[in-house]
Design a binder for this molecule. Structure first.
Ligand code: FE2
Length: 276
């Protein structure tokens, strides 16, 4: 039986992979993100960098909520655990890259903490929470704890994106959620971190030398591995009884539209001269 069905399954999977990869690659937010392309040029003012910091902090903080929902709605133990790796690392459990039990990770600085390994046996450090990295980034911009990361700080496009994350990335329907995950990972690996880093480096050397960029550079490093994992995840999802091509594709599309709303919101604010 396996001899005859497997080549067919491989062909179906290849066909579907080409379809989803084309959908992601052709989406305007991957093809042409005007905001990040402009930002990479390094001309953002202090007020514009502060505005980005606040909006990004809202998405990044509320993402934790969506990740928890994804874990709760996971279709099986394996994806439940994969979701927890991201959730707990986000909250401050430092990845344990083959460290011996009981050994303390050297630091909480994102410049130094591992981007691979597992949270299993890793250590929780308050200072390793990604939100605390953002707090350190925000401090030289004169943004404190009360100024970032809360829903009340989000513009309507930012909140639309956050709500789509909750509903689609954290969906109860596994096919929808997997489609959203696939889209998010591929979007994130497509280079927007590098564009933001280029713009932030320019701003840092121009007028804010004490600005720590490790929140951004750590995420850029971790993203390269996430995208590599999604190929296996898709192959696995494709064989599950709950898998549905149309719901997977619509989850992916809806998520990319949400991502686009976020960046288009920032672009519209730039054009309108919004500063914070
Ligand atoms: Fe993060």
């Amino acid at each position: 039986m396996a001899m005859t069905t497997e080549p067919r399954l491989d062909a179906d999977l290849d066909r579907f992979r080409r379809r989803i990869d084309a959908l992601v690659a052709e989406h305007p937010v991957v093809q042409d993100n005007r905001y990040t392309r402009w930002f990479a040029g390094g001309t953002a003012t202090r007020g514009e960098v502060r505005h980005l910091a606040v909006q990004f902090s809202v998405f990044s903080h509320l993402f934790v909520e969506a990740q928890l929902r994804k874990v709760i709605n996971a279709a099986d133990l394996e994806s439940y655990r994969a979701g927890k790796e991201i959730l707990l690392n986000e909250l401050g459990v430092v990845f344990n890259p083959g460290r011996r039990a009981g050994e303390v990770p050297p630091d909480t600085d994102p410049e130094l903490v591992a981007t691979e390994g597992t949270v299993d046996g890793g250590r929780f450090r308050f200072g390793a929470a990604h939100f605390e990295w953002l707090l350190r980034f925000a401090a030289p911009l004169d943004l404190g704890f009360d100024d970032i990361g809360k829903r009340r700080h989000g513009t309507p496009p930012t909140l639309f994106f956050c709500d789509e994350l909750l509903e689609v990335y954290g969906a109860e329907d596994a096919a929808t959620a997997e489609g959203a995950s696939y889209a998010v990972e591929h979007w994130a690996a497509a280079g927007f971190w590098k564009e933001l880093i280029a713009g932030l480096e320019a701003y840092k050397s121009r007028e804010c030398p004490e600005l720590p960029l490790a929140f951004w550079t750590w995420h850029d490093r971790v993203e390269d591995q996430h995208a590599a994992h999604t190929a296996d995840e898709l192959a696995d999802a494709f064989t599950q009884p709950w898998f549905d091509e149309d719901r997977f594709l619509s989850g992916a599309t809806r998520m990319l539209d949400g991502v686009q709303a976020f960046w288009d919101g920032l672009w519209a604010d730039h054009e309108a001269g919004v500063e914070r």
